[in-house]
Design a protein around this ligand. Sequence first.
Ligand SMILES: [Zn+2]
Ligand SMILES: [Zn+2]
Ligand SMILES: [Zn+2]
Length: 449
Amino acid sequence: MSSSKTLDEPLTYSTGDIIHEDDPYACALSSDVLSAVCSYCISRGTSHSCEKCKRLHYCSKRCKSKDRVFHRLECQVLRALGPEDDVLDEETRMVIRTLDRFIRERQSHSISEASFFSCTRTIYDLLSHIEDLSPSEFEQAKERAETILSIVSPFVFTQLEEVMDILQRCRINCHSIVDHNDFHFFSRGRAVYLAASKTNHSCVTSNEYVQIFNGRKILLRAIQDFRIDDPLQMTIHYMPPTLPYESRLRRCLNNYYFICSCRKCVWQARNPEPDQAAGETVAEIEQAFEEYHSSDEWYEIGTKLLEKVKNLPEKNFYVYWLLIQMQPTCFELGKYKESIEYGIRATNGAESILSLEPLFHYLCQAMVKLGWNKSSNPNHGRFAETYKLTKTLYSITHGSNHKIVQGLRKMRGTWWAKGSDKLYSFFRKQDPVDSQRVDDVRDGAIEVQ
Ligand SMILES: [Zn+2]
Ligand SMILES: [Zn+2]
Ligand SMILES: [Zn+2]
């Protein structure tokens, strides 16, 4: 791992290299996925449950036993609240899990450490910003901490200051965990990372590396060959970088207590974005995303709202937000051509390689549904191009052996699945030089009829 290198030597990375990897100090699933997602590795599938509280589920015995130590206090609290009580909300479970580990380590004098390159971090290094809270924010946080204290105090010894401190450290340092092992990129919950929390925010998307999640692990991965003198200068997004400037400014101040001075913010502060949606339309769009809608309802709502913002470019946050909702909605409804149209428009608004990936995956899927993957189809060229790009993107961010990349291979069509093994062994038996041709065929560089 490059983490052992010192700050003095420039670090070099090749495309696909893992730059940094970090396990969470604590993590908690969103309440709405608790029954469908493994509470340890965050993958889908829940064949095992905690037999004590019966509220948390796991994909395997192994995950269940790995989570035991992190779930201990949470389990006691859940049992005490009883089955008729609603499962504790996500933030409360997150704080309980963090507090549990913190108290255990405090008592045993073994504080966990994690390294971000030359920087060693413990829970004490995470900012809490308690001193920056306004009087009303302070009261709100104190009230929350009192509630949490009242439910955990029968089981552990702690005090209000400690609970408040952990609550604030969680609030400031939490990452939303996204399941990047699923092409849908679902949001799965939140986690606190000791080392990764060292990375600062910027609204400018790096074209050298991405931050992705592999299960509960967070990683930084190189998406091109590059060298960096000071890894502490690497940045991530604390919020979607496509949000309008004013919203980013507000979020930075309200949630993280700083004013972003990245080059995008500096530029936009002096040059207001020309393409803004009207206030009431923005409110309407935000409202639509706050409520649950069936695909049929979304189709109607999305069509209506997109009509209202039709003069704005795709890179406008709200237009983009609607487009990335409409693409899978139309796919679900079997409107594949529309799904492709929305998907292509959305790619114009995507700022990062990670936001492009699910768009391209859906594009391929819709094209397969329309039969464009068949070499006889007049649109086969468009499919082949999209497919190749999709595979390249996922191979870089996920590694070429990842199940998403393997799943993509199946989209090549039945002629490929049936014929590839025969073809492969045929070429292998020929002159070894020709085996390059097999790889070219596999990569789509040579068309096989
Ligand atoms: Zn699991
Ligand atoms: Zn339990
Ligand atoms: Zn910024």
